[in-house]
Write a protein that binds this ligand. Structure first.
Ligand code: GLU
Length: 476
């Protein structure tokens, strides 16, 4: 996607890594060990479809095994290639370190356009791919745990989990071999929304810090902020929905494959999503202006730009024209290393991918823990918590009666206070805590060091130092 003469995605990630690691006091050998991709497995396999054997090419790349299992999604897209999978695996290492999920980094991909196949064909292809990976321990609850990515979702994860279970009939932890499964197949509440929810929590945290907002020339809260979202897939949709519905931001632009919609009054995210579901694109949507060349909408005036689709969409060919003062990278690698430099010089603040989209892997971590513990979060404590809260409510009710008109309980206090947290609430609370803590670790480096001018470099420094510590502890 990047402009001609720009480095590849993997080189771009390495350039960003190099920029950060130069500022760190680490032995050169260790820097090199952290930078390189440990191994990439390429598999070509055949599946009999429509009366003939079709050959597919897939990858699983492992960037770093300083912690195991290694973690990262499996992408289905026609553009999948080794360079891309390796860049994404490296980003997973840094992402996991930054948000303190105890995993190394990995990523997989299958070169396929999923829209060309029927569901039963996709199942056959997925099962065969899973078989090829599982028999080499590239899917394994203690070694390598995939998850959804572009072009895959709950359905594919359920097939993978089932395939692994068929191959490992006595493994009591088989379900933990993959995350992002549907609830009825061992998934966790809140995993589907997790990455978009994480983007929302990241922005909320950013807006809690006056200095950080000022760096982007922004003030106030998320309410009323004009937001442009590129890509209304799982991540972009949830981020836009939560920001508009809960934080009262105004979605002034949505960029999709066939063009873009703009509306200064704000777009109804669910209505647009339904429209895309029915008609396959945004064209013809009634309550907005349609712009055929969607890429120009990336350059439109707004407060927050959320690239939530492919890598390299902001590159040297358009970076100078991007007006947003704040970009949050909901996708992996949407800004090339060259564009990053142009934007930084202009004073644009970029909340980097390894932090901004870490909500997915964070909730994947909760799902993996749930699978290994074989119990739903909250199952033991919920009613006990409610009973203890009931004691307080009883006392307050007594006081209420005693004080007569002088005091009474706030109307919905009782209901809100009594309700013990269910799994979804616990997952959101764990995610919120994770996003806040990771942001704070980044901003501390950003503000405390004169040689660190941006959040991405700060994020790399935090992540690399954690990975380095873990290699050092192992004696490497
Ligand atoms: N594919 C997602 C990502 O890029 C999720 C990975 C996971 O949950 O392991 O972060």
């Amino acid at each position: 996607m990047s402009a001609v003469n720009e480095p590849s995605f993997r080189e771009s990630v390495e350039l960003m890594f190099d920029r950060a690691v130069e500022l760190m006091d680490l032995p050169d050998g260790l820097k090199e060990k952290i930078r390189v991709v440990n191994a990439t497995y390429t598999v070509r396999f055949g599946v009999r479809l429509r009366g003939e054997v079709k050959t597919f090419t897939g990858y699983r790349s492992v960037h770093s095994e300083h912690m195991e299992p290694v973690k990262g999604g499996i992408r289905y897209a026609i553009g999948v290639n080794q360079d891309e999978v390796e860049a994404l695996a490296a980003l997973m290492t840094y992402k996991c370190a930054l948000v303190e999920t105890p995993f190394g980094g990995s990523k997989g991909g299958l070169r396929i356009d999923p829209r060309e196949y029927e569901v039963h064909e996709l199942e056959a292809i997925t099962r065969r791919f899973a078989y090829e990976l599982a028999k080499r321990d590239l899917i394994n609850p203690s070694q390598n745990v995939p998850a959804p990515d572009m072009g895959t979702g709950e359905r594919e994860m359920a097939w993978i989990a089932d395939q692994y279970a068929r191959m490992n009939t006595t493994d009591i932890n088989a379900k933990a071999c993959v995350t992002g499964k549907p609830i009825h197949a061992g998934g966790i509440a809140g995993r589907v929304e997790a990455t978009g929810r994480g983007v929302q929590y990241a922005l909320r945290e950013f807006f809690r810090h006056p200095e950080d907002k000022a760096a982007a020339g922004l003030g106030g809260t998320l309410s009323g902020k004009r937001v442009i979202v590129q890509g209304l897939g799982n991540v972009g949709y949830h981020a836009a929905k939560f920001l508009s519905g809960e934080d009262k931001s105004v979605i002034t632009g949505i960029i999709e494959r066939d063009g873009a919609l703009v509306s200064d009054a704000g777009l109804d995210v669910d209505a647009v999503r339904d429209w895309v579901g029915e008609y396959g694109g945004v064209k013809g949507y009634p309550d907005a202006t349609f712009v055929e060349d969607g890429s120009v909408v990336l350059e439109k005036d707004c407060d927050i730009l959320i690239p939530a689709a492919l890598e390299g969409v902001i590159n040297l060919s358009n970076a100078a024209r991007i007006k947003a003062p704040l970009i949050i990278e909901a996708a992996n690698g949407p800004v090339t290393a060259g564009a990053d430099e142009v934007l930084r010089e202009r004073g644009c603040v970029i909340i980097p991918d390894m932090y901004a989209n870490a909500g997915g892997v964070t909730v994947s971590y909760f799902e993996w823990v749930k699978n290994l513990s074989h119990i739903r979060f909250g199952r033991m404590q919920r009613r006990q918590e409610e009973a203890r809260h009931q004691l307080v409510v009883d006392e307050l009710e007594r006081l209420d009666k005693y004080l007569g008109d002088a005091w009474s309980m706030t109307p919905d206090f009782k209901e809100k206070y009594l309700r013990g947290a269910d799994e979804l609430e616990l997952v959101r609370s764990g995610l919120d805590d994770t996003m806040r803590a990771a942001y704070q670790s980044m901003r501390e480096v950003w503000h405390s060091r004169d040689d660190v001018k941006d959040l991405r470099t700060a994020a790399f420094i935090v992540a690399i130092s954690r990975v380095a510590r873990s290699y050092e502890a192992k004696g490497i």
